[in-house]
Design a protein. Structure first.
Length: 96
């Protein structure tokens, strides 16, 4: 269970790292003029958007295990919360 303890944090960090790597690749391609640059200051915005578009499908494929672990962690927390709410409602019904 300890491997799933920080699953959300691990997935978020890996997703951010993948985005940064994609941005670095896009920046290098633009720097060497392999891909065209946008007009003026919008260049950075377009590079960020392109990095987002590239990193999304890559994270879907490459981070499947981490996403599943995060999902298990969230489902466990939601189930515990539902049990607490049900127990609390049961106690209230007993008092009435």
């Amino acid at each position: 269970m300890s491997s799933h303890k920080f699953a959300t944090l691990r997935y978020t960090a890996l997703r951010l790292g993948l985005f940064v790597a994609c941005f670095a690749v896009v920046w290098a391609l633009a720097y060497f003029q392999i891909i065209p640059l946008a007009v003026g200051a919008s260049n950075t915005v377009w590079m960020l958007l392109l990095a987002i578009v590239l990193s999304a499908p890559l994270s879907f494929v490459l981070l499947r295990k981490q996403r599943d672990a995060m999902s298990e962690q969230i489902v466990a927390k939601v189930d515990r919360q539902r049990e607490r709410i049900a127990a609390s409602a049961g106690q209230e019904d007993d008092l009435a």
